[in-house]
Design a protein around this ligand. Sequence first.
Ligand SMILES: *[C@@H]1O[C@H](CO)[C@@H](O)[C@H](O)[C@H]1NC(C)=O
Ligand SMILES: *[C@@H]1O[C@H](CO)[C@@H](O)[C@H](O)[C@H]1NC(C)=O
Ligand SMILES: *[C@@H]1O[C@H](CO)[C@@H](O)[C@H](O)[C@H]1NC(C)=O
Length: 415
Amino acid sequence: MLRKTVFLLVLVAQVLMLENGLLRTPPMGWLAWERFRCNINCDQDPKNCISERLFMEMADRLAQDGWRDLGYVYLNIDDCWIGGRDSKGRLVPDPKRFPHGIAFLADYAHSLGLKLGIYEDMGKMTCMGYPGTTLDKIELDAGTFAEWKVDMLKLDGCFSTSKERAVGYPKMAAALNATGRPIAFSCSWPAYEGGLPPKVNYTLIANICNLWRNFDDIQDSWRSVLSIVDWFVKYQDILQPVAGPGHWNDPDMLLIGNYGLSFEESRAQMALWTVLAAPLFMSTDLRTISPQNIDILQNPLMIKINQDRLGIQGRRIFKSKSQIEVFKRHLSNGASALVYFSRRTDMPYHFHCSLLELNYPKSRVYEGQNVFTGDVISGLKSESNFTVIINPSGVVMWYLYPIKNQGFSKQMSQL
Ligand SMILES: *[C@@H]1O[C@H](CO)[C@@H](O)[C@H](O)[C@H]1NC(C)=O
Ligand SMILES: *[C@@H]1O[C@H](CO)[C@@H](O)[C@H](O)[C@H]1NC(C)=O
Ligand SMILES: *[C@@H]1O[C@H](CO)[C@@H](O)[C@H](O)[C@H]1NC(C)=O
């Protein structure tokens, strides 16, 4: 018994710092789950069922419609792809829905300049009841994924105990590392432990996972988005410091392009996920998405902010009685992003503020851009009062940077 414990401690100590060098900025791409769930009915719904056809068609769209070139490179499979295990215990995909196998899909993705992500579950079964990765199968499954040339693994946590997860997630990180193939590791572990210390040790998680789900699955509704935002804000003192290059909090997929969000709400989710330095995983039908939604998701300045190399997660810094909230994210070169978010349900609200009130330093001058309208902001002094008009459940988003010429800014502030 003592020997076993010692062995376990050595194992845990060994896997604490598995820096795989991946995801220096939040991952961007497409993940099947939110929109396509566990639709395995290929007879009646061949276009939309979880199958190699769906992933190949999304790969084509990612490559041809500008997504890949903006950074949306991950094509990620979620639950319901597994057919079983072969005589040697190795995972095999459903032969009818993935007739050419996962290695073929990975090759296809790579040929288009994309990366392939796959899904498994630390436990007896996946959440939808397919064969899971039990503790004894971890090395085998990691080896299979590497052999298939997979680039990311999302490891869910259904049908396991807390104890099994505490051993299994670090063990999978070590097993992925041992394959020698760089495979980004997405852990659902914290979400299964309530997402908070003391049950969750984010220092440990950040050492072994590239991203992790902290909280509930997103559903196709504004209410779901708000519940996630509320939770991330409530615990921002815990969550904000643990994110950084190579290790990200994941508030779950973007709903943009689906059924639950209005135009304003879609912009709000995009802006809030961006200031939170969140992974940008779309989960919508890229074959039929509207130009309006493409504009939201393909906004170059938005993506530049999300992908800022410092990787500092933003925080809510201000909340007014008038139901306006302000989020701020620090960016490289002294720049910053501000999101003015309205929780109102009446009409566009005229919000009066100054940068000084938003904790910007005194006597500086800023310029920048309104991220959605492209309107230029220039000569904005810290002390100046300004008004932004924010639509109900909408946002106004600014990108700001201090004017370099200090002499000039000094002059301006004396005016
Ligand atoms: C495995 O971990 C070591 C130590 O952190 C690291 O140098 C190496 O790049 C990792 N390899 C892979 C394939 O993740
Ligand atoms: C959390 O994990 C880190 C890294 O493994 C460890 O050094 C630290 O002691 C742990 N903290 C707690 C409170 O257990
Ligand atoms: C800005 O507005 C505040 C009240 O909200 C006022 O006290 C202050 O004098 C104004 N500053 C300028 C420069 O107009």
